[in-house]
Design a protein around this ligand. Structure first.
Ligand code: PLP
Length: 462
């Protein structure tokens, strides 16, 4: 490894030769008939747009859907107004896709799902901590703030609980299996509380949610951040937002609980709107019907054909105000995002993809990926006889390996060779977890590859 900071520069051609060799080697290693991650090569137009715009390196720092600027910044104009305008357009298009008028939404590009969840939970925490507090007799910051999320929630939510000082609970060793699958929340209702999921398909168990909300009320907790997922990482499950909103409305009325609801649509945000006319009503993202939903984040670098480092955060208008601070050197004089500087080139790259494909193009790709998911699901059951979770609305198939039996060591080795790695998940923390292998059916994959993978797995299992 060459780790010494070089004293002298080297010729361009020499460096580029080295870069090309690295790219070739990674490309060879990345070739696989299936994918354990929602990775796809970006659209050529996204890369070209990003490269062209990057030559001037525009900075889209801050939220540009807001018209607010600090008094000290009155009259300032940014040279990067063009890419900021494209970011506004992108946000307005997404708002339309999710059933919210553009005038009712604020938002910004993010580096991806982790940042989007952090931003939603940051705004949620501040608005709940600093907004009106109904519980009498306590100072605001003395009252617990609960975070409710299903057990399938992405680990970035636990990370955000840690970063925001909300409390993550703790995990206890199981004597039967040796894994830490029993989750113990803090006794006073502060911090993360995990909601159980249905053991058959890992969808959110609404009764568990109702029980947790009732237990919070009995603890005197009056504020809760709720995170639901539109396409869970391991299982593809879409949490029932309609029912969740009804439940939240009821506890707000009955128990005086104040709730901030964030939707993590990192996986489903650019799939669910394109399910087509036969689309399952459970996949309908209709923000107008969900007055309880405060914010939503999605990824472009999953099913949006963008290079890594691309996501979007959307929220109801005005909510970024809960995290804003004044800053002297920016055009608006306001900083209201997790990151400071942000890539204007990336906003334009995503905008270019949307215009290149249109909704029609996104529907074709979604159809292709879901078709592959259906084929893989059927063949894994029929040819390999393995346990797979019921098909979700998304382009992934989840293999449950612990029930395979004696041949599972060979199967594991094969799955690892294809970069498919398991996560352990217990639906309720009490039963021992199962090994779940999500397999993502991404746009670059083909049926022949799926058939080859199924044949290899069937051999490994005999
Ligand atoms: C549901 C969900 N949320 C959040 C994330 C984190 O996204 P990122 O890796 O873009 O930060 C992922 C990543 O796979 C995810 O599946």
């Amino acid at each position: 490894m060459d780790c010494v900071f070089p004293e002298h520069g080297r010729p361009r051609s020499e460096i580029l030769d080295q870069v090309d060799a690295l790219v070739r080697s990674m490309k060879e290693q990345a070739i696989s008939p299936v994918s354990g991650k929602p990775d796809a090569p970006p659209h050529a137009l996204a890369v070209e747009t990003w490269a062209r715009v990057s030559t001037i390196n525009p900075n889209n720092g801050g939220v540009h859907t807001r018209s607010r600027s600090a008094p000290l910044a009155a009259g300032r104009r940014s040279p990067w107004e063009a890419t900021r305008q494209k970011e506004r357009e992108l946000i307005a298009m997404l708002a339309g896709l999710y059933g919210l008028p553009a005038g009712e939404v604020d938002g910004c590009m993010t580096s991806g799902g982790t940042e989007g969840n952090l931003m939603g939970m940051w705004i949620g925490r501040n608005s709940l901590l600093e907004g009106p507090t109904p519980a009498p007799g306590h100072a605001r910051h003395e009252q617990p703030l609960a975070v409710l999320a299903p057990r399938t929630v992405h680990h970035s939510v636990r990370k955000a609980c840690n970063l925001l000082g909300l409390g993550e609970g703790r995990w206890v060793h199981c004597r039967r299996c040796g894994h830490r699958h029993r989750f113990v929340p803090l006794p006073n209702g502060q911090g993360l509380r995990l909601l159980d999921v249905d053991p058959r398909d890992y969808s959110l168990d609404l009764e568990s949610c109702e029980r947790q909300l009732a237990s919070l009320a009995s603890l005197g907790v009056r504020r809760a951040l709720v995170v639901a997922t539109l396409g869970a990482t391991l299982t593809g499950t879409v949490d029932p937002v309609d029912e969740l909103c009804v439940l939240i409305r009821e506890v707000q009325r009955r128990d005086g609980l104040r709730v901030y609801l964030h939707l993590d649509a990192a996986l489903g945000g650019l799939v669910l709107p394109f399910l087509g006319s036969t689309g399952d009503p459970r996949g309908k993202v209709d923000w107008e019907r969900w007055p309880e939903v405060d914010s939503l984040s999605l990824d472009w670098h999953k099913m949006g054909w963008a290079p890594y480092g691309a996501g979007t955060f959307l929220c109801r208008q005005g909510l970024p105000g809960w995290v804003e601070r004044t800053v002297g050197y920016t055009t608006t004089g306001i900083d209201d995002t997790v990151l400071g500087s942000r890539s204007g080139a990336m906003a334009l790259a995503c905008w270019a993809v949307v215009h290149a494909l249109g909704a029609e193009g996104f529907r074709v790709v979604t159809d292709h990926c879901l078709g592959l998911a259906g084929q893989l699901h059927e063949r894994l059951r029929e040819v390999c006889g393995v346990d797979v979770l019921p098909l979700s609305l998304l382009n992934l198939v989840t293999l449950r390996l612990s029930r395979v039996g004696g041949a599972s060591a060979r199967a594991r080795a094969l799955l690892n060779r294809h970069h498919l790695f398991p996560e352990l998940l217990s639906p309720n923390g009490e039963v021992c977890p199962e090994e779940l292998y999500p397999i993502f059916l991404m746009p670059q994959l083909r049926l022949a590859g799926i058939q080859q993978f199924v044949a290899e797995l069937a051999t490994a299992l005999t």
